[in-house]
Design a binder for this molecule. Structure first.
Ligand SMILES: [Zn+2]
Length: 285
């Protein structure tokens, strides 16, 4: 028996991160149901997937992922469930940085960013191509909602543009400022806002620094007058205290993802929070 179709079936989307979840929600609006597979308070490269999220992945029509080697847990999860019928690899939507970084051998040490830096959502301009790709695939899967997706994206981009004006204005006085980062999370953000990252505390992405490297880093920071270290929630506090104590630099903790910090409540708030904190740290030098 055919049942009358009262409500259009809602497209179910599993995004691997809260950042992509927000971008899908911005375009999809009421027309999609989207959730993040991971908790943004965990290390982005060492996340565990929980049974509830495995169920979400199993029931999803579309998977939206950061791609490259950002989600080392995803292969295992996809082997455990039937993969969603559609898969959007967002790394293909943007111009990647750090692709020239030499690959570390997979069998030697934990390694990340082997194919390019994966933290590309931290350039707010990248939300433009990312939402374009999201709009394209959502429109293909739910043709009846195409106009709504287009209108949703236009509304989101208008808010993004207002944000970009605000954020650039706030950081303009600090253009050219040199900072040291803990993990190599910020090249896209730094390029957009004209900051110069002179070094990372992690000798290689995902690898803690050796004492020799740390000594050299602090010496260089003192010599070149780097006064701000950008950390993320969960960065080793003792290490940060040591660097701050040894160099006089100020440590500022930024939010690398939506929800990694209580104030970073959505994709646009993520930049409000980070720009604010960074401007304050750079101003108090
Ligand atoms: Zn990373």
């Amino acid at each position: 028996m055919l049942l009358p179709l009262l409500v259009a079936a809602t497209l179910s989307v599993a995004a691997t991160t809260t950042d992509l979840r927000d971008l899908v929600a911005a375009v999809g609006g009421e027309g999609v149901r989207v959730e993040s597979l991971t908790d943004p308070r965990q290390d982005p490269h060492a996340r565990e997937i929980h049974p509830r999220q495995l169920a979400l992945l199993r029931s999803a029509d579309l998977l939206v992922r950061v791609g490259l080697d950002h989600e080392p847990w995803l292969g295992r999860a996809l082997r455990a469930v039937a993969p969603p019928a559609h898969d959007l690899d967002c790394s293909r939507a943007v111009a990647l940085l750090g692709t020239e970084t030499p690959r570390l051998r997979a069998d030697s040490r934990p390694h990340v960013h082997a194919f390019g830096n994966t933290h590309y959502w931290l350039d707010p301009e990248n939300a433009r191509p990312l939402t374009a790709h999201i709009q394209e695939i959502l429109g293909r899967l739910v043709p009846a909602e195409r106009a709504a997706f287009e209108a949703n994206r236009a509304r989101f981009l208008a808010r993004l543009d207002a944000g970009l004006t605000r954020w650039k204005e706030r950081l303009r006085p600090h253009a050219g400022s040199r900072v040291v980062v803990v993990h190599d999370t910020w090249p896209y953000f730094a390029r957009r806002f004209e900051l110069v990252i002179t070094a990372a505390v992690e000798e290689k992405p995902g690898v803690p620094p050796s004492p020799a490297y740390l000594g050299l880093l602090m010496e260089r920071m003192r010599a070149t007058g780097v006064r701000v270290v950008v950390a993320e929630p969960g960065a080793p506090a003792a290490l940060l205290r040591r660097i701050a104590g040894g160099t006089g630099a100020r440590v500022v903790t930024l939010a690398p993802s939506v929800g990694s910090d209580p104030e970073a409540t959505d994709y646009l708030a993520l930049f409000d929070v980070n720009v604010d904190r960074l401007a304050a740290a750079l101003a108090s030098r």
